[in-house]
Design a protein around this ligand. Structure first.
Ligand code: GLU
Length: 292
C-alpha cells in the first residue's frame, strides 16, 4: 500500500518547537517511505482557537519547506462526514448530561450509568460506551501499549454538548477518509490511541500504524505547549529551528550540513532518518507517564 502520512495541528497558537518536531518527524517518515504527506487543520473547537493561528501555522510550514501534498483539510468544514459516521455508532453511544461535579466521585471517569443531576431537558453530550477489555497496539517507536478502556478511560465523549464532535472521533473519521496508513505524532497522544482504535473497530475502518515521537520538554520537564505560551518558531529565519528539530529527531549530522534552504536541508535528512536509531536514543528521554 502507498504510504500516506499527515500532520494535524490545532490552531490554538503559532507553531512552536514541539509541534515543529512532530511536523518534521511525520514529514521525514513519509518521504523516507516515498509517501504523501498531508496537512489537516484541527479547528473543531472555536473556543480554543486563536484568530489567525491556522493561517500562520500553514505559512510557517511552507517557510520550513513542508507544504501539504494535497489541499489542506479543515475539520470545521466536515460536519456532514462526522454526522454520517456518528449515526453509524448506533447503540454504542448514549446521551449524557453528567457534569464534572457529578463525576467527581469517580475522578471524572464515566462508567456505565449516568449520575447526572442536571435538568433532563438540557442538551446532552454523547458518549461512547466502552467495555471491559484491553485495546492495544504496537507502536513503531514506543513498543506495545494497551489500555482497558473501562478501567483506564471510561465512556468517552464523541459529541459535545454544543453539538460539535470531539477530537477522538473526528480524527478517526478524517484519517480513514484521507487513507492515512501511518500516524506519526507526539507521545502525548499515545494514550488517546486505544480510544481511536476502538472507534475504528466500531466504524469498520482500518487501523493505521502508529509512531509516537518523544515529546519536547521544557526546562522544568513539562511538555512544550501552545497554551503555556511556548515561543513560536521564526518562519522568517527557519534554518536554526529546523536544524534543532532534526538533531532532536536523531539527525545531528544532517543538522550540521551546509544547506542554505529548508528544502535542501530536509532533502539531505530524508535518507538518514532512522527510527531504529531514534528508538535507541529514546532510552535517554524521560519516561512518558500516560497517567500524568
Ligand atoms: N491536533 C492534535 C494536536 O495538535 C494532534 C492530533 C493528531 O495528530 O492526532 O495536538
Amino acid at each position: 500500500m502507498n504510504y500516506r502520512g499527515r500532520f494535524a495541528p490545532s490552531p490554538t497558537g503559532p507553531l512552536h518547537f514541539g509541534s515543529l518536531v512532530a511536523a518534521v518527524g511525520s514529514w521525514l517518515r513519509a518521504r523516507s517511505q516515498r509517501g504523501a504527506w498531508l496537512i489537516r487543520m484541527e479547528d473543531l473547537d472555536p473556543q480554543r482557537e486563536v484568530p489567525g493561528a491556522a493561517d500562520d501555522i500553514l505559512a510557517t510550514l511552507v517557510a520550513f519547506g513542508m507544504p501539504s501534498d494535497e489541499p489542506v483539510v479543515w475539520q470545521s468544514r466536515r460536519s456532514q462526514a462526522y454526522a454520517a459516521s456518528f449515526a453509524q455508532l448506533g447503540e454504542h453511544v448514549f446521551p449524557c448530561r453528567c457534569s464534572r461535579s457529578d463525576l467527581a466521585a469517580s475522578n471524572g471517569v464515566h462508567r456505565g450509568a449516568c449520575v447526572a443531576t442536571a435538568d433532563p431537558a438540557r442538551a446532552p453530550a454523547w458518549r461512547l460506551r466502552v467495555d471491559d477489555r484491553s485495546v492495544g497496539f504496537d507502536d513503531l517507536l514506543q513498543g506495545g501499549f494497551a489500555q482497558n478502556l473501562l478501567r483506564d478511560v471510561g465512556d468517552f465523549v464523541v459529541r459535545r454538548v454544543e453539538g460539535g464532535y470531539a477530537y477522538q472521533f473526528a480524527v478517526v473519521v478524517d484519517d480513514a477518509e484521507a487513507g492515512i496508513t501511518e500516524i506519526v505524532r507526539g507521545a502525548d497522544l499515545l494514550d488517546s490511541t486505544p480510544r481511536q482504535i476502538r472507534l475504528q473497530q466500531l466504524l469498520g475502518l482500518p487501523t493505521p500504524r502508529y509512531l509516537h515521537l518523544p515529546l519536547v520538554l521544557d526546562r522544568t520537564g513539562a511538555k512544550l505547549s501552545k497554551s503555556e505560551g511556548a515561543p513560536p518558531v521564526d518562519r522568517h529565519d527557519p534554518m536554526p529551528a529546523l536544524r534543532a528539530a532534526l538533531a532532536f529527531l536523531g539527525l545531528p549530522n544532517a543538522a550540521r550540513v551546509a544547506a542554505t534552504s529548508p528544502d535542501a536541508l530536509l532533502a539531505h535528512a530524508v535518507p538518514h532518518f532512522d527510527i531504529d536509531a531514534l528508538r535507541k536514543k529514546l532510552d535517554g528521554f524521560p519516561a512518558f507517564d500516560c497517567n500524568a
